[in-house]
Design a protein around this ligand. Structure first.
Ligand code: SME
Length: 143
């Protein structure tokens, strides 16, 4: 089963958000070559760390800050081939070399982001962007 279908198969609309996002973070981890993958959830104009796989991460990120906050504010996927070259990148782990962040948008509002970090430069492609945008779309109704 491809990963998008796997995500769709494990989502349980009658379960709490944290249960669903925990299991989806485990599926995202199957993408491989990652050191962190998971969710930040919006409360007002701040993102708070949600379910994830990986090391301890920053708890809060204001909209407009870092890759996550920029994606949340601009409401677009951001691919960063080299995190050292992204102005304002928030380094939660020195392992991270590249990153992709996709916003989860419900009724025009950013309700969260999917954040994935890799220890490999230029790990993420337009194919990953396409995949994560479909994942985000399939998760928005849970928020
Ligand atoms: N690098 C992110 C912060 C979150 S961690 O990668 C888990 C950013 O710049 O927004």
């Amino acid at each position: 089963m491809d990963l998008l279908n796997k995500v769709k198969a494990i989502v349980d609309k009658n379960a709490p958000l944290y249960s669903n996002l925990s299991n989806v973070s485990a599926v995202l981890n199957e993408l491989g070559d990652l050191n962190w993958c998971g969710f930040y959830i919006a409360q007002g104009d701040t993102l708070f760390v949600g379910p994830f796989q990986g090391d301890v991460a920053c708890v809060r990120i204001p909209f407009g800050k870092g890759v996550c906050g920029t994606s949340a504010l601009k409401q677009e996927t951001i691919i960063v081939p080299n995190v050292n070259e992204f102005p304002g990148h928030i380094a939660c782990s020195s392992l991270s070399k590249s990153e992709i962040v996709t916003p989860i948008i419900k009724n025009g509002t950013t309700v969260g982001v999917i954040d994935i970090d890799s220890p490999v430069y230029s790990r993420f492609t337009d194919k990953d962007k396409e995949f994560l945008e479909l994942v985000a779309d399939s998760l928005k109704e849970l928020f």
